[in-house]
Design a binder for this molecule. Structure first.
Ligand code: ATP
Length: 320
């Protein structure tokens, strides 16, 4: 399919805003989703994720701001854009008395022979080839979700937009879903934009993410940068004599701060992770036995909680 805007980002929004009366559900969002990646739109319940997706798909109008899908401005060229986009906003519905394959045939019959030819590859891609001739009423929730994606694939979309796709799935279902998304991105070069309130999942499935809270995007970028961004470079150090080690570290240029912790000494590096070897050499040359030297990993979850400043928030506020 020729695409006049193939270099444009998959999704771009500027100042996108949605107000419901006096409540602002999405508040001046600038979002940039590159092509051929899995992008997580991550935020707690009520953060504005569904509203954002509904605006992108033209299901509800924006109060303010601009947006484009695959380089096509929306809503001006919504029709052209949406022909290249597949979306699942609510639980996908099927004829449960028909098989998975029959359900796809019903859709393909409307779309034409190209869609018909995509049925088998789509079922294979979502891992349903072997169960394709079972009735959908015998499918698990995870299988229905994947059949929903197969249905989207009949249109050969460049961009898939999925609202909380792993909600309610068991760990096995999540794992299968994750493998499917990775294959869509890595083997087929599609872009997958998915919303989630599950941090761990976004960290595992996505290449990049935006963290959204109360209608505002707080930060966005590659997962590794979000997890580590702004974090200090810290080491956990195990030694046979903590007192002497603290004295030695207090005089080192490469150390910003060192203190005891439950796990050993916690050392904040002044110049980044490469200086860990110097810390080791310093301690060893002072006659100390170093039993552990380990960088502190900042998970996206920690970063997410840090960013939304909810680590110390009362439970009611976290739920609000
Ligand atoms: P959840 O995962 O709980 O659905 P979400 O991040 O998708 O959360 P939204 O559903 O987009 O959040 O809701 C964002 C805010 O906008 C909420 O405060 C919600 O109550 C409000 N909101 C959403 N739709 C409407 C509507 N049609 N009318 C009024 N307020 C709405």
């Amino acid at each position: 399919m020729s695409d006049p805007a193939s270099n444009a980002p998959a999704i771009e929004t500027r100042g996108l805003t949605k107000r419901f009366g006096t409540r602002t559900a999405v508040d001046g969002v600038d979002l940039l989703v590159p092509r051929a990646c899995a992008f997580g739109f991550l935020g707690p319940n009520g953060a504005g994720k569904t509203t954002m997706i509904r605006m992108l798909l033209g299901l509800t109008g924006a109060s303010d701001g601009e947006m484009s899908l695959l380089g096509y401005p929306v809503p001006a060229q919504r029709g052209v854009a949406l022909r290249r986009v597949g979306a699942i906003v609510e639980d996908p519905r099927f004829h449960t008395h028909l098989t998975g394959r029959e359900n796809l045939r019903v859709v393909a019959a409307v779309r034409g022979p190209e869609a018909e030819a995509r049925i088998a590859p789509a079922l294979a891609r979502v891992g349903l080839s072997e169960r394709a001739d079972d009735k959908v009423r015998r499918y698990s929730l995870g299988m229905r979700q994947r059949l929903g994606v197969a249905r989207c694939l009949l249109a050969d979309p460049q961009l898939l937009i999925l609202d909380e796709p792993t909600n309610g799935l068991d760990p096995g279902g999540i794992q299968e879903f994750r493998e499917m998304i990775r294959a869509l991105v890595e083997q087929e070069g599609r872009t997958v934009f998915l919303s989630s309130h599950l941090l761990d999942e976004v960290e595992k499935i996505c290449d990049a993410a935006a963290i959204v809270d109360r209608g505002t995007v707080l930060t966005q970028g590659p997962i590794a940068e979000l997890a580590g961004g702004g974090a200090r470079h810290e080491l956990i150090v195990g030694v046979d004599d903590a007192e002497t080690a603290l004295d030695v570290l207090a005089g080192a240029d490469t150390v910003l701060e060192a203190h005891r912790s439950d796990e050993g000494l916690r050392v904040v590096l002044a110049f980044g992770p490469d200086t860990a070897a110097e810390i080791n050499a310093l301690l060893v040359s002072a006659g100390l036995a170093v039993t552990r030297l380990e960088p502190v990993r900042h998970s996206l979850e920690h970063r997410f909680l840090e960013i939304t400043s909810r680590l110390d928030a009362p439970a009611e506020e976290v739920r609000a």
